[in-house]
Write a new protein. Sequence first.
Length: 194
Amino acid sequence: MDKWNTRQTLLMRAKDPNDQVAWEEFVSYYREFLKVVIYKINSSTSLSEDFLQAVLLEIWRSLPRFEVDKERAKFRTWLSILVRNTVLNQIKKELKQNKIRKELEPQAEPNQAELDQMVQKEWELHISRLALDNISQRFTGKAMDVFKLSLKGKSIEDICAELDITPESAYTLKNRVKKYLVREIKRLRTELEQ
């Protein structure tokens, strides 16, 4: 019998340092998000993979001690502080060892309010991209094309002309994809957020 029932979130499973599958799933969901946040803190591309590995290691070490407390702080807040502190510590370590050039120093350390706002925005974009990727396989034909063109700001008339479909079909396809996207975003938030 599986020791984790289906109501337990990925976060709760990933807290167990012995659950390699949960950790790998956690990393697959959070890797791209973490890369963006790290880049926003310091735009050094030469060290971004090193910073990412340091952040993942620190998450792995600290996650078992993380306690869900919705009144105090969300997981994203805890994560943003951990990422910021880890990256800034890595930069200081690199500078101390004279391994990086002066232009790789952080331009300005983001304050916590700025970081929280940036993390919130990037998280919402990340969840939306994950959800869109997840539902893309569900649709065949022109449904995803209609939806993606509408996301780019194309009018229904332009979409119909480009895809050779009627306005009724375009609205139907767009709304069908949107409906599944909203469900998938909700599912991912339930799974990935506390």
